[in-house]
Design a protein around this ligand. Structure first.
Ligand SMILES: Cc1ncc(COP(=O)(O)O)c(C=O)c1O
Length: 369
């Protein structure tokens, strides 16, 4: 059993992916070729945003968003301590300071009720993270940001395909950033990402910043980066986009089956009312994670931990700006307890039953695999 089964997906899509890649090999425009523009158009249309700017990774998408907003030394960005490292890493790379605010223990996203207390005169932006595929609670976050004249950057790396009151993740704030890392719900065959915005000036800035700050060839009006989405990755994504809705449905059916099998056995993930998840991960909570992991691995079932250490406890942040002394109990508890089970659109019902049976056995006899 695979944790994410990219081979089955490739078998299903082989003819269209191969044809798309062959087209790129034939025209040879590997950098910012026509597929990049086609993909940007289709993604923007899909989520209803004015602009989509393809990026070299989800990490670069976050960096480009903050660079376009002019975030830099002395600025503070409020974010979640329970996320992939890149979220806070890019804030520090720009010499700004991440200010962590604890999560809601149900959705694992930043708790809007705790944000206002963290705002200072140096705060420039709020960066909620839509963890495991479920959009964060964006309306209250946007309302706080509007009151304090802050930007909101949605880290939608895991939630492209998810909905918040029917509105697509990625288009819920000033700038939305997503990732096309291969194991993401919409993943390419290397690194990739995108930024979305409805603001023309920010879109122009991000387009220029991703391409060395050029507004035209060899005319550099900003200090930027080499942060372009490459054409072959765009071609792969165009082929995968054709089946993305069917895959989202398959993920959500797999999640529903897991939850039905595991009800009352372990803490199963909950999607808040009026939201849908892209189910980047199906993540349970268990008391004795090491024992459960060991049991499942013995049974041939791959698992992963997203994420084992809350960011304020990571060595680089523990010594940074007093983060080590902070306490975020919900993030710390989640980091100790979460365990992600195999999740992808090609899980057979029998696979889900087998994983669920093994989880049941593991929690009842954790010490006896
Ligand atoms: C929440 C979150 N933010 C940012 C990233 C960075 O994306 P990438 O790996 O494409 O750079 C990821 C991806 O792993 C992520 O899960």
């Amino acid at each position: 059993m695979q944790f994410v089964d990219l081979k089955s997906q490739y078998r299903r899509l082989k003819s269209s992916i191969d044809a798309r890649i062959q087209t790129v090999l034939d025209h040879g425009q590997y950098i910012l070729g026509p597929e990049v523009r086609e993909l940007e158009g289709r993604l923007a249309q899909r989520i209803g945003s004015e602009h989509c700017i393809g990026a070299a990774s989800g990490t670069d998408a976050l960096l480009l968003a903050m660079m376009a907003l002019g975030i830099g030394p002395g600025d503070e960005v409020i974010t979640s301590p329970f996320t992939f490292f890149a979220t806070a890493e890019m804030i520090v790379l720009l010499e700004a300071t991440p200010v962590f605010v604890d999560i809601d223990p149900v959705t694992y996203s930043i708790d809007p009720a705790k944000i206002e207390a963290a705002i200072t005169p140096r705060t420039r932006a709020i960066m909620p993270v839509c963890l495991y595929g479920q959009p964060a609670e964006m309306d209250p976050i946007n309302a706080i940001a509007a009151r304090h004249h802050l930007a909101v950057i949605e880290d939608a790396a895991q939630s492209f395909g998810g909905l918040y009151f029917g509105r697509p993740s990625g288009n819920l704030s000033t700038i939305g950033c997503t990732s096309f890392f291969p194991s993401k719900p919409l993943g390419c065959y290397g690194d990739g990402g995108a930024c979305f915005t409805n603001d023309d000036a920010l879109a122009t800035a991000m387009l220029e910043l991703r391409n060395h700050g050029q507004d035209r060839r060899y005319h550099h009006i900003r200090i930027g980066i080499n942060g372009r989405l490459d054409t072959i990755q765009a071609a792969v994504l165009l082929a995968k986009l054709d089946v993305f809705d069917a895959e989202l449905l398959a993920r959500s059916e797999a999640a529903d089956s897991y939850s039905a099998f595991l009800k009352g056995v372990v803490h199963t993930p909950k999607v808040a009312p009026n939201r849908t998840s892209a189910w980047a991960q199906y993540t349970i909570e268990v008391d004795d994670r090491e024992a459960v992991e060991a049991y499942l691995h013995e049974a041939g079932i791959p698992t992963a931990v997203h994420y084992p250490v809350a960011l304020h406890k990571q060595p680089v942040f523990a010594s940074h700006a007093g983060h080590g002394a902070c306490s975020f109990p919900h993030a710390e508890s989640a980091a100790r307890r979460v365990l992600s089970l195999p999740m992808h659109p090609y899980l057979a019902p029998g696979d889900i039953q087998r994983v669920a049976d093994a989880v049941k056995a593991a929690v009842s006899h954790p010490a006896n695999p």
